[in-house]
Design a binder for this molecule. Structure first.
Ligand code: HEM
Length: 216
């Protein structure tokens, strides 16, 4: 089986779990206030700072395992910052603070970015391919629920302006996964890290769920 299929199949259960978390279900069901969405977006700001930190990505862009994945058209930080400028009062950068799950998540990303390029690929895949896929569902719901302009401020994180054809891009991405120069043991470790990355997202949703319980 191609590695892209292995990694997708191996993380399916965790994907369903993340998708069905209380926080995501409430968000997708349009039951949460825009404050919950803003807090979630703020947490993503920390996650993408870890993923896109120039301190690490410069070396990763030159590494044979990670080089194909580090594409400027994927970068999400500028879009996240525009969304947060729209969602939160000015000066949000100084007030933002990571939830405990976000601290654990960003620490793990930073660790792989520093010490284990193949492990970083697991985190890269879990976020960016997800943003290009289910992220589009979240964008549609957010636009409808809180009245953001279609593909405008508030949901720019989900809009990949520099990627003309997301389906073609995802096909290419799977090709880069399939071409990873790793032996079977290392590929198994990457799959395990990917499951861990999903679990960290589920933990984040649990923290957010506790912060925004439905009053009903
Ligand atoms: C709650 C909302 C979510 C929905 C509705 C959703 C929906 C989807 C859908 C429909 C696909 C298939 C796209 C395709 O085949 O091209 C997909 C793929 C994916 N999703 Fe999600 N998803 C959600 C949450 C998440 C979360 C929280 C993560 C992880 C952080 C994630 C990561 C992924 C990944 C990595 C893929 C690519 C799988 C592959 O083809 O290899 N998703 N998602």
């Amino acid at each position: 089986m191609l590695f892209s299929a292995v990694i997708r199949t191996a993380s399916q259960t965790q994907h369903t779990e993340a998708e069905n978390s209380t926080f995501m279900s409430d968000l997708l069901g349009g039951r949460l206030g825009v404050d919950a969405y803003a807090r979630y977006t703020e947490q993503l700001w920390f996650v993408y700072q870890a993923l896109e930190s120039p301190a690490h990505t410069a070396a990763l862009a030159a590494h044979p395992v990670t080089a194909p994945f580090l594409r400027p058209e994927l970068l999400r930080l500028p879009a996240l910052e525009r969304d947060l400028d729209h969602l939160l009062p000015a000066g949000w950068q100084h007030r933002a603070h990571p939830l405990p799950a976000t601290v654990a998540y960003t620490a793990r990303i930073a660790e792989t970015a520093r010490d284990w390029p193949a492990g970083y690929v697991a985190h890269h895949y879990t976020r960016y391919l997800g943003d290009l896929s289910g992220g589009q569902v979240i964008r549609g719901i957010a636009e409808k629920t809180w009245g953001f302009t279609r593909k405008g401020d508030g949901v720019r994180f989900y809009v990949f302006d520099a990627i003309g054809n997301p389906a073609a891009f995802k096909r290419d991405y799977r090709g880069w996964l399939d071409a990873l120069p790793l032996d079977d043991l290392e590929k198994q470790r990457v799959v395990d890290e990917c499951r861990g990355a999903f679990a960290l997202n589920t933990r984040l949703f649990a923290d957010l769920g506790r912060a925004f319980p439905l009053s009903a």
